[in-house]
Design a protein around this ligand. Structure first.
Ligand code: PLP
Length: 393
């Protein structure tokens, strides 16, 4: 046997990508599969963004850029933080990367030593724990349930903190729960963190605009400004502008740490694609109408889907605050059936028998649930739910 690193043996491939691949395989084999597994908007990237990329190619912006992003894109990001979030950053506090995924990866590699603990609320984005493990840190998972709308309490955080806690991760609106923390909830969590000045914080704001609470978006720095000099704000264009394939994410934070993340990036991928950077700049600087249009479509589908899911026997689904995911409990279905014991087995059964691809909640550290992406047309959703209804009897 070839020897593998401990690092790679500690992790698994992304389960959400695995479901998408499995669905694609079955489809290629001729089966009629509805994929509700994917974590990307179904809309095309808006035209003005594509045009900016085409123009970048024509004008020769096809070479290496600065590792941390072009000055023009960084300036658009600084303006975005000021305009949308009321946050002031200098250019040396911004790092542009190849997707939000790389932003978090850089952060983990630049901040963690073996054994450092990272507190991660569940259900979590599948990649946080595994990226922490690649960096030889230890994920500490905080479990939640529908009772708290899948949000942690300040007491939970306080009880999880040890001398080894190095980083706390918060993602709101959340993939997969669709829930957002209110300003007051963030203030209460911020008050705990104020008592522990050595802990750094990562707020993953990737779904920022996809929110329908009627209240403005807020992150932990808005709630507790004293945390700013130890908080990384992670964001990107993938979800908001339907630009998943372009691979642009960005991080803002303390200059010394951002510099360390840049050093890691300089020895791994260098700059993100020059053409994608021009496109991201156009996304951030251009009209935001395209975002509003996508968000209202997501909301309409959400409202329909949550009601429809609650009509399925054994399925319970809370209304979400945003994103394009619903996260219903299928526990009663699992309990009632003899042919499945876990959400993973139920997801496999639904893929085989209903031809619907869902991601089991265990992938997100929250068994008994399923994540359904509604980044797909209403007709497809209706078809999927009626197939689920048949399969569930
Ligand atoms: N953060 C969250 C919560 C996500 O759901 C995703 C994508 O699934 C990302 C970050 C990373 O996005 P990307 O690397 O595609 O920019």
């Amino acid at each position: 046997d070839r020897q593998l690193s401990n690092r790679v043996q500690a992790i698994k491939p992304s389960p959400t990508l695995a479901v998408t691949n499995k669905a694609a395989e079955l489809r290629a084999a001729g089966q009629d599969i509805i994929g509700l597994g994917a974590g990307e908007p179904d809309f095309d990237t808006p035209d003005h963004i594509k045009e900016a990329a085409i123009e970048a190619i024509r004008s020769g912006q096809t070479k290496y850029t600065a590792v941390d992003g072009t000055p023009a894109l960084k300036s658009a990001i600084i303006d975005k933080f000021k305009r949308d979030n009321g946050l002031d950053y200098e250019a040396n506090q911004i790092l542009v990367s190849s997707g939000g995924k790389q932003s978090f990866f850089n952060l983990a590699l630049a901040t963690l030593n073996p054994g450092d603990e990272v507190v991660i609320p569940a259900p979590y984005w599948v990649s946080y724990p595994d990226m922490v493990k690649v960096a030889e840190g230890t994920p500490v998972i905080l479990e939640t349930s529908a009772d708290t709308r899948f949000k942690i309490t300040p007491e939970q955080l306080e009880n999880a903190i040890t001398e080894k806690t190095r980083l706390f991760v918060i993602n709101s609106p959340s993939n997969p729960s669709g829930m957002a923390y209110s300003l007051e909830e963030l203030q209460a969590i911020g008050a705990v963190l104020e008592k522990h000045p050595d802990i750094m914080i990562a707020t993953d704001d990737m779904y920022e605009p996809i929110l329908w609470t009627g209240r403005p978006f807020a992150n932990i720095v808005n709630a507790t400004p004293s945390l700013k000099d130890r908080t990384f704000v992670l964001n990107g264009v993938s979800k908001a502008y339907s630009m998943t394939g372009w691979r642009i994410g960005y991080a803002a934070g303390p200059a010394d740490m951002i510099g360390s993340m840049k050093k890691i990036q300089s020895q791994s991928t260098s700059n993100p694609a020059s053409i994608s950077q021009a496109a991201a700049q156009a996304a951030l600087e251009g009209s935001q109408d395209c975002v509003g249009e996508m968000v209202s479509a997501f909301r309409e589908r959400h409202d329909w889907l949550v009601d429809a899911l609650n009509e399925l026997p054994g399925v319970e689904c809370l209304k979400g605050d945003g994103t394009f995911y619903a996260f219903p409990s299928f526990q009663a279905v699992i309990d009632a059936r003899d042919d499945v014991d876990t959400d993973v087995e139920l997801a496999e059964l639904l893929l085989k028998e209903a031809g619907v691809a869902l991601v089991p909640g265990s992938a997100f550290g929250c068994p008994g649930h399923m994540r359904l992406s509604f980044a797909t047309g209403l007709d497809t959703l209706k078809n999927a739910v009626s197939r689920l209804a048949t399969a569930l009897g």
